[in-house]
Design a binder for this molecule. Structure first.
Ligand code: ADP
Ligand code: MG
Length: 165
């Protein structure tokens, strides 16, 4: 995928309540404005990379890009699970991510247990792959240090800063 690594950021919005948090794997959803900017060669599936909330610490992440059932599967969604335990939810805050690599395509599972097991495998794979020196380098990219701290100011529109930042 030529567009990787891919940098983007946007305000965290409410998802469609598929209960990711109940599975122990909350996924922060990006607004349509971010999803619509995705380059055409970024296909649906599971990705790994780095993420940071506001101007907080940078953590490993896994992201699912899939077809959004809310729009009858005509639009994509981007959902990021940050590999960190946060004290509080961060709806309305700016999430900055860099997608670094691709793990696998989307697929359906026969049971919830199988789905959870697959996601946990994705998380393990992300943790290992991101230790490669060329991937650690991206964690130190200026993109993250230039992250805005909040999106709650009166002028805030869902902010998206794309590759070529
Ligand atoms: P929704 O359907 O609204 O996306 P989820 O059950 O997927 O609900 O929970 C996602 C929310 O959980 C995020 O928007 C964020 O505010 C919060 N959250 C807490 N910890 C994490 C985490 N480690 N990764 C992603 N989101 C998290
Ligand atoms: Mg979610």
């Amino acid at each position: 995928m030529r567009s990787l690594p891919y940098f983007c950021r946007g305000t965290v919005i409410r998802g469609f309540g598929r209960g990711s948090k109940e599975l122990g794997i909350p996924t922060a959803n990006f607004p349509d404005s971010v999803v619509e900017h995705l380059p055409a060669d970024i296909s649906t599936g599971i990705y790994y990379g780095w993420a940071c909330v506001g101007n907080g610490d940078i953590y490993k992440m896994v992201m699912s890009i899939g077809w959004n059932p809310y729009y009858k599967n005509t639009k994509k969604s981007m959902e990021t699970h940050v590999i960190h335990t946060f004290k509080e939810d961060f709806y309305g805050q700016i999430l900055s991510v860099v997608m670094v690599g691709y793990i696998r395509p989307e697929r359906s599972f026969n049971s919830l247990e199988a789905l959870i097991a697959a996601i946990n495998n994705d998380i393990e794979e992300a943790k290992v792959k991101l230790e490669l020196p060329e991937h650690i380098k991206l964690k130190e990219d200026n993109f993250f240090t230039s992250a805005p701290s909040t999106s709650t100011s009166s002028t805030a529109t869902p902010k998206t800063i794309m590759n070529g930042h």
